[in-house]
Design a protein around this ligand. Structure first.
Ligand code: PLP
Length: 395
C-alpha cells in the first residue's frame, strides 16, 4: 500500500502552491475560500464513478461519519469481519453501537454464510472490508443485506483503485469509505473519504463532519443547524497531496499488479500452497499477495524459510493489528473511561472472547502475505523467487 514510495517534486509543488495562497482551511476564511479539498473530492468521486465524495480527517473518521450518516447509534448492532484493522470496530463503538464480529472465508473478507447467521432485529449496518487490496463478496453480501433492508457501508480503506466486475469497490453499498494514511496506496499522510450516490446521506455527513454547521441553502454556517456534529474536516494541504497522488494511482496499481503476477507464478510451484480466493482477480489492486499453506505448522515453516532468505512474509495467525484472535484490549474490555464505556453501558455489558471466531482463526493461521512494493527492482523480485524456490524444495 505504498504511495509514500512515489512522493516527489509534484507533491512538493502542490503543497507550496497551497502555502503561497495562505489558505489552509477548506471553507471560508479571511482571504478566500479553500478550493483544493473540494477539487480532490470531485476528482475522487469522478475516478470512482460516484456522485458525491466527502473528504475527512482519516479513514477511521470516514467509517464513523458514514455510520452516523446511516443513523447508527446506541442500541444498534453493526456487523464487521474478524479480519480488519481495529479502526473498523472502533468507529462502531464510537457511535455508541455494538460491533458484532463475523467470520471471514478464503476471500479473507466477510463470509456471507456467517453474515446471514449474525443478523438480528438490532442490526443497523453491515460493514464488509475489502482487505489487503481486493474485493469482499459483494454480490452475496448485498443480497443478504437487501433481504433484510440493512444498509451496507464498504470499508475500502485498503483498496483504493480496486474494481469488481469493472466497477470501483466502495460504490456497491450505501456508502464507501477510504483511508489515505501514511501507508496507503493513495496517501495524504492522514486523511479519508466517504463516497455515496445518496444526496441526502451526503448532506448529512457533510454537516456532521463540520460541527453540524448548516451547508445549505445559504452556504456554510448560517446556523440553522439540523443536528449535533463534530470536526472531521480535511485541510487544504492534504487535498493538494491527494490530487497529485490520485493522478498517480492508476500507475501505482499497474506496477503492483505486475510485481504480484511475477511472484504468484513462482509461488504456485510450492506443494500444497493455494491462493486467496478473489471474487475478481482482474480488478485486484494488488497491494498484497496472500496464500494459504495446508496447516498452521506448514505456514510457520514457510515463513521461517522466507525470512531466512531475506523475504519475510506477514504471518496473519500471530498478527496483532488485524486479527480478531489477537485484539487483547477488546477481549479484556479495556478502556480509559472510568464508566467502562464502550463495553459497559446503561443497558448492560458486551463481551468478546478470543475463541469466538474459530473459522477466522484457522484461516489466518494458515495464511501468509507479502506486501507488494512499488520500487521493487529485478534483483528484489529475483531474491524473492529464490526464497520461494528454497521453500518449494524444503516443504
Ligand atoms: C480496514 C481499515 N479501516 C480503517 C482504517 C483506518 O484508516 P486511518 O488510519 O486513515 O484512520 C484502516 C487503516 O489502516 C484500515 O486498514
Amino acid at each position: 500500500m505504498p504511495g509514500f514510495e512515489w512522493l516527489d517534486d509534484k507533491e512538493t509543488k502542490a503543497l507550496l502552491e497551497v502555502m503561497n495562497t495562505g489558505i489552509l482551511f477548506r471553507y471560508d476564511m479571511p482571504g478566500g475560500r479553500g478550493q483544493v479539498v473540494e477539487k480532490f473530492e470531485k476528482a475522487f468521486a469522478q475516478y470512482c464513478g460516484s456522485r458525491f465524495a466527502l473528504a475527512v480527517s482519516s479513514g477511521t473518521a470516514a467509517v464513523k461519519v458514514g455510520l452516523v450518516g446511516l443513523g447508527v447509534g446506541p442500541g444498534d448492532e453493526v456487523i464487521v469481519p474478524g479480519f480488519t484493522f481495529v479502526a473498523t470496530w472502533e468507529a462502531v463503538f464510537d457511535c455508541g453501537a455494538t460491533p458484532v464480529f463475523c467470520e471471514i472465508d478464503q476471500s479473507l473478507c466477510l463470509d456471507p454464510a456467517d453474515l446471514a447467521q449474525k443478523i438480528t432485529p438490532q442490526t443497523k449496518a453491515i460493514v464488509p472490508v475489502h482487505m489487503l487490496g481486493a474485493q469482499a463478496r459483494m454480490a452475496q453480501i448485498k443480497a443478504i443485506a437487501g433481504k433484510h433492508g440493512i444498509p451496507v457501508l464498504e470499508d475500502t480503506a485498503q483498496a483504493a483503485g480496486c474494481t469488481l466486475e469493472g466497477r470501483y469497490v466502495g460504490t456497491f453499498g450505501a456508502c464507501g469509505t477510504f483511508s489515505f494514511d501514511a501507508v496507503k496506496t493513495l496517501t495524504t499522510g492522514e486523511g479519508g473519504m466517504v463516497i455515496t450516490d445518496d444526496e441526502a446521506l451526503y448532506q448529512t455527513i457533510c454537516e456532521y463532519s463540520d460541527h453540524g454547521h448548516d451547508h445549505k441553502p445559504l452556504g456554510r454556517g448560517n446556523e440553522g443547524r439540523r443536528f449535533f456534529g463534530f470536526n472531521y474536516r480535511m485541510m487544504e494541504l492534504q487535498g493538494a497531496l491527494g490530487l497529485v497522488q490520485l493522478d498517480k494511482l492508476p500507475r501505482m496499481v499497474e506496477r503492483m499488479r505486475s510485481h504480484k503476477a511475477a511472484l504468484k507464478e513462482a509461488l504456485s510451484r510450492v506443494p500444497g500452497l493455494t491462493f486467496r480466493e478473489l471474487p475478481d482477480a482482474a480488478g485486484d489492486s494488488a497491494t498484497f499477495l496472500s496464500w494459504f499453506m495446508p496447516d498452521a505448522a506448514k505456514a510457520s515453516a514457510m515463513a521461517a524459510i522466507l525470512a531466512q532468505h531475506g523475504a519475510g512474509a506477514v504471518p496473519w495467525g500471530v498478527n496483532t493489528w488485524h486479527s480478531y484472535t489477537n485484539w487483547e484490549h477488546l477481549h479484556a474490555g479495556a478502556t480509559p473511561c472510568k464508566s467502562g464505556w464502550p463495553y459497559k453501558r446503561a443497558q448492560g455489558g458486551v463481551a468478546y472472547g478470543p475463541a469466538d471466531l474459530p473459522a477466522t482463526s484457522a484461516i489466518l493461521g494458515r495464511c501468509l502475505s507479502w506486501q507488494i512494493m512499488l520500487n521493487w527492482d529485478e534483483a528484489e523480485l529475483q531474491k524473492r523467487t529464490e526464497a520461494i524456490n528454497h521453500a518449494a524444495s524444503a516443504l
